[in-house]
Design a protein around this ligand. Structure first.
Ligand code: ADP
Ligand code: MG
Length: 324
């Protein structure tokens, strides 16, 4: 099978179709139309085998993660997804792999109403680059730089699950409860991009970031860009039943929740007068949200507390950084 047939058979059909795509897959480039009053938000993320996912990860999980990390970046800006382009580097053409991979992308496109509008297919080590574009009403983007002292610090969902899931897969942790182990591994393979939470936060949150590198490291991005500090109550971190029941040592559980990456929850700040509104709005969509601390004026400083007492992690465990 040639590249051309591969695109025609698997990528050009089966996905969600949008009216604002004037020309999708098949020409030299795609043509799309931006609605009046909307801005386009663009993000790109690359997943490389062995770096971002383990060798032999199922194609469905790779496709899901490649899409989810990009939609998560859009969500953190408050944008709703519209268009995706996909650059795929494959070691060889394995049709069953491509079928499963493309079907997952198509099913997500229907769920999140985006259209796959183009891409590129080359031979090389397994790697997936996705560019996602979404819309935001004029000037309604939520940035990392707007947090103000006394704003509350909130996070969606639970933290640390994906980190435990990865450690189960790499035999660093044993979780004997099969249901919990499967939940944790699925949180690593199939993270939920918080798209609806992101659009709900428009005009309400003063700052937002998605938790991809670990809570503390991502919070550092917010406080440094906002020139503020933060106090974080570690005893308030949202921990799932599966994590809490299987990682019995409290420091280990908190280390996962505060420093492990790949959860793709939204970490955001809201002023006091918006806190009840946002908690109610997210609850009405069944999106769990937890207040974990507050912004302070102590620029650059994250004050970690456990039961009101100062707390420190071993520094080597703080977040994930490439090239370190
Ligand atoms: P060109 O050589 O002009 O770049 P290609 O043969 O690479 O054309 O691509 C043909 C069409 O298929 C283009 O519309 C391109 O966007 C699309 N395409 C190529 N690879 C993919 C892919 N992996 N997923 C979606 N669309 C793709
Ligand atoms: Mg090309």
């Amino acid at each position: 099978m040639k590249e051309f047939d591969l695109i025609g058979n698997y990528f050009a059909k089966g996905g969600y179709v949008r009216k604002d795509v004037l020309l999708g897959i098949g020409d030299d480039a795609a043509v799309t139309k931006v609605p009046t009053g909307q801005c386009v938000v663009t993000t790109t993320d690359t997943l490389v085998e062995g770096v971002h996912f383990l060798a032999d990860t199922a194609p469905e999980a790779i496709a899901h993660k490649a899409i989810a990390v990009n939609l998560s970046d859009l969500a953190a800006m408050g944008a709703e997804p519209a268009w995706i382009s996909l650059s795929l580097s494959l070691p060889s053409i394995d049709e069953s792999w491509v079928k499963a991979f493309s079907e997952k992308i198509h099913s997500l496109s229907h769920y999140f109403s985006f259209q796959l509008i183009g891409g590129d297919t080359v031979q090389g080590p397994l790697s997936i680059t996705i560019t996602a574009q979404g819309f935001i009403p004029d000037d309604n983007q939520i940035t990392r730089s707007g947090a103000e002292p006394s704003d509350w610090l909130l996070v969606t969902g639970c933290l640390g699950d994906a980190g435990v899931g990865l450690d189960i897969l790499t035999d660093k942790v044993i979780v004997s409860n099969a249901e919990h182990a499967s939940y944790l591994k699925n949180r690593h393979w199939f993270p939920t991009p918080r798209v609806l939470a992101g659009t709900t936060l428009r005009r309400v949150a003063t700052s937002c970031i998605d938790v991809s590198d670990g809570l503390i490291q991502d919070l550092h991005q917010v406080i440094s860009r906002s020139e503020v500090g933060a106090i974080v109550h570690l005893d308030k971190l949202p921990i799932s039943e599966a994590l809490g029941k299987n990682i019995e040592n409290l420091t280990d559980a908190l280390t996962y929740a505060a420093t492990a990456g790949d959860d793709y929850e939204l970490l955001f700040t809201v002023p006091e007068e918006q806190r009840v509104y946002i908690e109610t709005a997210l609850a009405s969509y069944n999106i769990p949200v937890t207040c974990i601390g507050q912004i302070t004026g102590a620029a650059g400083k994250i004050d970690l507390r456990l039961d009101e007492q100062p707390f420190e992690f071993e520094s080597k465990k703080i977040g994930f950084e490439h090239f370190s």
